[in-house]
Design a protein around this ligand. Structure first.
Ligand code: KG4
Ligand code: ZN
Length: 330
């Protein structure tokens, strides 16, 4: 089975063809980073227009590269995401499915992220624990089967990626913030500032990052800024975030008895987080290749393929879900 995946939920136009026998055949990705940089964040209207501009030309290139004329199904991101951006991918995907007379499938963006690490690693056994860390979500999930996701804990305020992005903005670093903070952190002293490690003093698996963000803001306002101090702030902030995530994962492992930890979402690209999770003896950690942590078409094609093999095919008039809690899939 060969499935075309289309991802347009935010600021990446992603397309890929996944083959159930041969794996990922080819993919195309157009990032809108340059388009939104001057605004310091994603401008929804501009995002939609850019998806309109790039989607079909990228599709032509993609199909030519993998020599596929007519995939067996088309999977597109149904939500969550920006409504206008989702519409571009959904309507294009359904029109293609209609023209090719193949099934169309509406995929949950976060399911795409959390299944991604399994694409190249057939040895991952269910159930597993998933730490899903992106620009909009920070969640610990128990994954017991495809579509069966139990929420164990989540952020009660900012998502981790959002905290990275906001700290970058306070420091005037490049957009998007996560990679910029991580880059600066490599040159800093991570013990320079003793930032709070949120929610570790309380039981449970929920997260909170707004207090940490406020602590960083206070330091930025109080110190005399210099490139070295900025690097120190980034390194100390990153250390606080990573240690919090690691400790929460340890708690989740202790509470569930699960021993496989799957790391997914854009922040899974963070080198320190990958390193520290891998160094921990409490679990076997599995993560996607760095390039496939942030939004892409491959994750939608892969999730679409798994669902197609399970017999899913959605109506061409299926409603979109710009807000769509992952647990509602179960
Ligand atoms: O999953 P994703 O591409 O989009 C959402 O679904 O949100 O995640 C994007 C988020 C952004 O907040 C970005 O700053 C963060 O992932 N990010 C990182 C790194 N690379 C991307 N955060 C920390 N370190 C990184 N290396
Ligand atoms: Zn995402």
């Amino acid at each position: 089975m060969r499935v075309l995946g289309i991802e347009t939920s935010c600021d990446e136009t992603g397309l890929a063809v996944y083959d159930s026998e041969h794996g990922l055949l080819a993919q195309r990705l157009h990032s809108q980073i340059a388009l939104h940089r001057d605004y310091g964040g994603v401008v929804p209207e501009l995002a939609s227009r850019d998806h309109v501009r790039y989607l079909l030309p990228l599709l032509e290139e993609l199909l030519a590269e993998c020599g596929v004329e007519r995939p067996d199904a088309v999977a597109y991101t149904r939500g969550p995401g920006l409504a206008g951006a989702l519409m571009v991918g959904a309507m294009t995907g359904r029109a293609l499915a209609y023209a090719w007379q193949v099934p169309a499938l509406g995929i949950h963006h976060l399911e795409g992220h959390l299944l991604m690490p399994l694409m190249g690693d057939a040895s991952v056994e269910l159930p597993f624990l998933c730490l899903l860390v992106s620009g909009g979500h920070t969640q610990l999930l128990r994954v017991s089967a495809l579509g069966h996701y139990e929420l164990l804990g989540e952020s009660i305020d900012d998502a981790v990626g959002e905290a990275f992005d906001k700290v970058a903005k306070m420091l005037g670093l490049d957009y998007p913030g996560g990679p910029a903070v991580a880059h600066w952190a490599t040159r800093g002293n991570d013990r320079a500032y003793d930032f709070p490690q949120p929610m570790l003093d309380r039981p449970g698996l929920d997260f909170s990052f707004s207090g940490l963000k406020t602590a960083v803001r206070k330091v930025i306002e109080e110190v005399e800024r210099s490139p070295q101090r900025d690097a120190d702030i980034c390194a100390s902030f990153e250390r606080a975030v990573v240690q919090t995530l690691v400790r929460k994962c340890q708690r989740a492992v202790a509470a569930t008895g699960l021993s496989t930890l799957v790391l997914a979402g854009g922040v899974a690209a963070n080198a320190r987080l990958r390193r520290e999770l891998a160094a921990c003896k409490d679990w076997r950690v599995v993560y996607p290749p760095t390039a496939l942590c942030t939004d892409n078409g491959a994750m939608i094609a892969y999730a679409g393929c798994l669902r197609l093999l399970r017999g899913q095919a959605d109506a061409l008039g299926l409603s979109l879900r710009p807000r769509w809690p992952l647990v509602e899939l179960s």
